[in-house]
Design a protein around this ligand. Structure first.
Ligand code: NI
Length: 629
């Protein structure tokens, strides 16, 4: 197997049994995730098919008997445990056992049942409970508590939208380790009457004037797949799914006239945080790390033809480790297809009216995954274009978090979105880890601004110029976007020049994107400092894979994790094997149109060649022959 091939069910099974035999686990140990650990870069880059290497499976889980989470590495090559650690601060991601334990404890809690009765709910079977990772443990819980906070919704209509029926004011804490519960009751508010219906069967009148759009590719798509290697047009890359980070791309290359030119060694989401700005007791504590706390890869949708994707689709399945240590598969976890993308380039020669305009159609290869985390959906879409451009587009949809309000009045931190329903203001901040490899591993990063030169040589005083500034250390490279200066970050290989003598490079083109609005001493910033800057750059280090606390984000209280910690030493990043980290996202001020279900909101960034090629690499795209009108 290639070192980057995903693990098989057999590998997971044998890793789990080796751990159970040789490790320190009790009968009560359960698993949060398991996956093939990525070997050292040198081994991957110099790998020859068939050559031996030590294949390591990482197993992460939680043992109730010890009250601790564990981190184990098993060599499936040698059939032995390579390392085993009890985690001191933090816990493994949510697993199904936790959810069952939370339900068992909360539905047996007298104070909580009393709280339901106060709200006129006599039948607890009509209540949907949503366990939220607690963020930080309750002060009355033991220090190593595996704590959840529950919020609840009335689920009296089996086909209805229970997220529209918040049971306001009632919060139940559960430590699944001890079974201890604590109930907070912040006062009764009537359950809103708005149905929140969005299911087709419940919408009063569906519009009937949409005619079909069909995508046909009579000769099939222009993509070749060999195991996890994808070849499309001049691109070549590898696709994998990480149980925490989701979709990961490896070894992205472009075939430039027979030269296989590397661009990215690895690209994927590293971490994300969703802090809420509203001070309501139902929301102030929410700052979900949806990757590290809930294991985003486990939340993947099985994508179905014709709904999530349109056209000729290639799917990758994904093997995951279940709570009980049994592997399972999510079918169609990754979707790949081609899309027509309008015009690639065009020119009409106005002085030769008899000649045809030269026009080429753009198309893109789309590789995507969609994850459901409770009420919310995140789609991650990588796009590859014919002109060497790479793009990441995040699609945010699903159902917004809500509160019931008696007075039908919203606020600047929780606008009214429907009758008696407000939705708290929040941010979705994603940090992508982009391990560049632009024509080789040693790269440098420049910040490029466009500045006015009113006193310069421009006769009209309207001159402006582009200014590139080298970011030479980690702390110099903690930067924010600046759309007013058309700011981009250019990653170059100073030792490889194009035909014009310029260093070859790619630019990171950010979108208008916030950073964390949480105060510098706030809990979300302490636990996830990566959200404080749009840009970070670090020299590559094999043990610096997570922007935050990684696999043990759940309930960790440390402030010495991830990017703020890595960059303390202020290492040099000039002409080094470097990693670019880009934090981006949206600040979501909910609006009535986000209710009852939110139309997709977008976030993302683009990677564009700058002097990587000697000219427009898509001049060789042939004209399209058939034009039907
Ligand atoms: Ni949102």
């Amino acid at each position: 197997m290639h070192p980057l091939d995903p693990c098989t069910k057999q590998e997971l099974t044998s890793a789990v049994s080796a751990l159970r035999e040789q490790g320190d686990l009790s009968e009560q140990a359960v698993f949060s995730c398991g996956y093939a650990a990525e070997p050292e870069k040198d081994l991957v880059l110099n790998f020859e098919p068939g050559s031996p290497y030590d294949r390591i499976i990482r197993l992460i889980g939680y043992d109730k008997a010890k009250g601790r989470s564990f981190d184990a590495h098993v060599s499936v090559t040698k059939g032995e445990l390579a390392s085993f650690t009890w985690v001191e601060n933090g816990h493994s991601p949510v697993n199904m056992n936790d959810v069952i334990d939370v339900y068992t404890a909360i539905f047996a809690d007298e104070a909580w049942l009393e709280g339901l009765k106060k709200r006129g709910i006599e039948d607890p079977s009509q209540v949907h409970v949503e366990p939220w990772v607690a963020g930080i443990p309750h002060p009355d819980f033991p220090q190593n508590a595996r704590a959840y906070r529950t919020i609840a919704f009335l689920n009296s209509d089996p086909e209805g939208n229970y997220y529209a029926k918040p049971i306001e004011g009632l919060i139940g804490w559960v430590d699944v380790n001890t079974g201890q519960t604590i109930v907070e009751d912040h006062g009764v508010v009537p359950i809103p009457e708005d149905s929140g219906d969005y299911a087709a069967a419940r919408v009063e009148r569906l519009r009937d004037d949409l005619r079909p759009i069909e995508i046909t590719q009579p000769d099939g798509p222009s993509v070749d797949v060999e195991g996890r290697i994808v070849r499309w047009q001049k691109w070549q890359l590898r696709v994998s799914v990480h149980p925490i980070e989701g979709l990961v791309l490896h070894d992205v290359r472009y075939n430039d006239d027979g030269r296989e030119r590397p661009i990215l060694y690895r690209a994927g989401l590293s971490d994300m945080v969703v802090p809420y700005g509203d001070a309501s007791p139902m929301h102030y504590w929410k700052h979900a790390f949806d990757a590290g706390e809930t294991a985003l890869g486990h939340m993947a949708n099985s994508l179905k033809l014709g709904c999530d994707c349109l056209g000729e689709i290639y799917y990758f399945d994904n093997v995951l480790l279940g709570t009980d240590g049994e592997p399972f598969e999510i079918e169609n976890a990754v979707c790949m297809h081609e899309e027509d993308y309008g015009i690639l380039w065009k020119h009409t020669n106005a002085f030769r009216p008899e000649s045809d305009p030269e026009v080429r159609r753009s198309r893109r290869l789309v590789i995507s995954m969609i994850h459901t985390v409770g009420n919310y959906e995140y789609g991650f879409f990588w796009y590859f274009y014919l002109d060497g451009t790479i793009q990441m587009e995040i699609k945010l949809t699903g159902i917004v978090g809500v509160s019931a309000v008696a007075d039908n009045v919203g606020s600047d931190t929780a606008p009214l979105v429907a009758q008696s329903i407000t939705s708290p203001i929040h941010q979705h901040l994603f940090c992508f880890r982009l391990d560049f490899n632009v024509d080789g591993s040693e790269n440098s990063v420049y910040e490029v601004d466009v500045e006015a030169t009113p006193d310069g040589p421009h006769p009209y005083g309207s001159g402006f110029r582009s200014v590139a500034r080298l970011l030479s250390t980690e702390q110099e490279a903690q930067r924010e976007i600046d759309p007013t200066r058309s700011r981009v970050w250019r990653i170059v290989n100073p030792d490889v020049k194009n035909k014009l003598g310029q260093p070859v490079g790619y630019k990171l083109l950010p979108q208008a994107s916030p950073t964390s609005l949480c105060g510098p001493d706030s809990i979300p910033v302490k636990r996830g400092g990566f959200a404080q800057h749009n840009l970070w750059v670090t020299p590559y280090s094999a043990d610096e894979m997570s922007a935050g606390a990684g696999a043990f984000t759940n309930l960790h209280t440390r402030d010495d994790v991830g990017l703020p910690s890595y960059t303390k030493a202020n290492r040099s990043i000039e002409n080094k094997d470097l990693v670019v980290w880009h934090t981006l996202g949206v600040t979501h001020v909910p609006r009535p149109e986000d209710w009852p279900i939110m139309p997709v909101e977008y976030a993302g960034f683009t990677l564009m060649p700058v002097g990587f090629f000697d000219k427009n690499p898509s001049v060789d795209v042939p004209p399209t022959k058939a034009c039907k009108s």
